[in-house]
Design a protein around this ligand. Structure first.
Ligand SMILES: N[C@@H](CC=O)C(=O)O
Length: 310
């Protein structure tokens, strides 16, 4: 997979009765894939409420995406046990996925991981499914953040083509990204620091972000500015986005950010309503007004080419 561009992590649209709205999801997929620099769509992750869907819904969503667009569909693989995750990945491959964004085992967030276990998780998923894998680096503040040796070992394994780095510790970023690139020059480095992308933009091949749902146009320009090492242009895009970044990602948590992303898609005319699944909670009228106003402040308007994409 060539991920040298924008890889949005689309939300999952629901009907008002709570069922998955496949028509609306296909609309999102086609709109995002209509951008030349959108290189893949990463579904069933945090932004996609992947773990709130049943297995049947997840596989149907992959099928819908794979039928709708020609770019790679990457599925979030979240199963806890290594065997469970490998089996999940195999089913995702059969449904039409090309790649796997491999989440850490949830227990590691609480207790930390045993040495070697992350590598074995990636190995088992690759061997069971053949899905091209993205190494998901969790924040330094969690116990599921992989030390450099573990990242280097995973990155060296067959099937691992990229890293989505959300370490949120620039001391680690500035040391570890160059070492990963030195050891694996073909490893594609993707930032997911949605709430402050700017410092990471000058070292990456692309972005893998929920933010890609709501402002793909500006994020594509930001990636280009970063690759050109053009700080003034990147800074200007960052400043323009800042009201939206604050309204969506400077909230209580990334969980609220997912709800805010859906409201952003309503504001842009991509979704008719922002129905979510529990355990997400609605943000309330004041937050909704704040989010809508932020899009106006950033000059991010309704999507005009949506009908053409349908
Ligand atoms: N930006 C988030 C999105 C989750 O997938 C992160 O850092 O992980």
């Amino acid at each position: 997979m060539n991920l040298r561009g924008l890889s949005p992590a689309p939300v999952t649209a629901f009907k008002k009765n709570g069922d998955v709205d496949f028509d609306a999801n296909v609309r999102i997929a086609k709109w995002l894939a209509s951008f030349e620099d959108v290189t893949s769509l990463v579904i069933l992750g945090h932004a996609g409420e992947g773990t709130f869907l049943t297995e049947g819904e997840r596989l149907d969503l992959i099928r819908a995406y794979a039928d709708a667009v020609d770019i790679p569909i990457i599925a979030g693989i979240t199963g806890e046990g290594t065997k469970v995750a490998a089996e999940e990945a195999r089913k995702c491959k059969d449904a039409g996925a090309t790649g796997a964004l491999v989440y850490p085992n949830h227990g590691w967030l609480r207790f930390g991981f045993q040495k070697g276990a992350p590598q074995d998780r990636y190995k088992a998923i690759w061997e069971a499914s053949g899905l091209q894998e993205i190494l998901f680096q969790y924040p330094d503040a969690t116990k599921a953040s992989y030390d450099l040796d573990t990242q280097l070992a995973i990155a060296a394994q067959p099937g691992v083509v990229a890293t989505k780095n959300g370490v949120r510790n620039m001391k680690r970023w500035y040391v570890e990204i160059p070492q990963l690139k030195a050891a694996q020059p073909d490893l594609q480095v993707l930032s997911c620091h949605d709430e402050w992308l700017l410092p990471t933009m000058f070292d990456v091949d692309g972005l893998l972000v929920g933010y890609g749902n709501i402002a793909p146009e500006l994020l594509i320009d930001l990636i280009k500015a970063g690759k050109a090492q053009d700080y003034p242009t990147a800074r200007a895009i960052f400043e323009r986005l800042l009201p939206v970044t604050r309204a969506v990602y400077h909230r209580g948590s990334h969980m609220e950010g997912t709800v805010a992303l859906k409201l952003g898609l309503v504001k842009r005319g991509v979704l008719d309503h922002a129905t979510i699944r529990e355990p997400l909670k609605n943000l309330g009228a004041a937050a909704e007004a704040e989010i809508f106003a932020a899009f106006d402040a950033a000059g991010i308007g309704r999507v005009e080419n949506l009908l053409a994409a349908e």
